[in-house]
Design a protein around this ligand. Structure first.
Ligand code: PRT
Ligand code: ZN
Length: 210
């Protein structure tokens, strides 16, 4: 038996459920159940907040998970990734108020930057030789410059319309992300075999879509 953790409700949920079904795995899901068992594959599905998924898989509470690389790497467990899934593509970017001068990342030296990704951003800035004050906030990051909390932000961007709507301009891509399948490091031989079956099916689903 394998336990797979997926996001309960959010941007990853629909595509995660669709992928499992496209792998030929049947299960009954209802919005109030936090756990369900597949009827034709030894798989149990747990529905969790995406932020909790890397830790649960690292600890072996869940054997597998589907999560964005942004959340996985920020949580500090990049090595759990076993398969890129090709959906929920987005980027983590730095943005500044549209009217502000910005020549290069050096312009952020000594500035206040609001983000929900202090680890990824901190490493990026260190690599660029820039020292800034990072303010970690968990949501509505794009509002920070207009309320005087920060001179710049670093947040997830997909279409760019949220930045535009808040008077911000994307200036650097810090990290590119997509949904990935992750696995706990200590699977039994039987579980490893099931994981390989699952990956084989996922790869076939992706090939069929190309
Ligand atoms: O409740 P829970 O904690 O489970 O969910 P959540 O609110 O933390 O995450 P959710 O559902 O918003 O996103 C889940 C994952 O989807 C993220 O971790 C990313 O890997 C991926 N993803 C893909 C995105 C986006 N696209 C995205 N556009 N995550 C967030 N956004 C947000 C972004 O934060 C910004 O506020 O959408 C806004 C920008 O979108 P655009 O299109 O205006 O640029
Ligand atoms: Zn979350």
């Amino acid at each position: 038996m394998l336990r797979l953790a997926i996001q309960k409700s959010g941007r990853l949920s629909e595509d995660s459920l669709a992928l499992i079904r496209e792998c030929g795995i049947s299960f009954i899901s209802s919005s109030y159940k936090l756990k369900t068992e597949a009827t034709n594959f030894p798989l149990e599905i747990l529905f969790l907040r995406d932020d909790d998924i890397p830790g649960y898989v690292q600890d072996g509470v869940a054997d597998l998970g589907i999560v964005g690389q942004n959340v996985l790497v920020e949580a500090g467990f990049p090595d759990l990734e076993v398969e890129a899934l090709g959906f929920s593509k987005c980027r983590l970017s730095l943005a500044v108020p549209r009217a502000d001068a910005y020549a290069s990342v050096a312009a952020l030296q000594g500035k206040n930057i609001a983000t929900s990704y202090p680890n990824i951003l901190g490493r990026y800035l260190a690599g660029q030789g820039v020292q800034a004050n990072l303010h970690t906030i968990s949501g509505s990051v794009e509002i920070a410059p207009s309320i005087g909390l920060a001179e710049a932000i670093c947040d997830i961007v997909s279409s760019g319309s949220t930045l535009l709507g808040n008077g911000l301009r994307e200036v650097e891509t810090v990290f590119r992300s997509e949904a990935v399948l992750i696995a706990q490091p200590n699977l039994s031989p039987e579980q490893t075999d099931l994981l390989e079956q699952l990956r084989f099916r996922m790869q076939a689903v992706r090939r069929a879509k190309r």
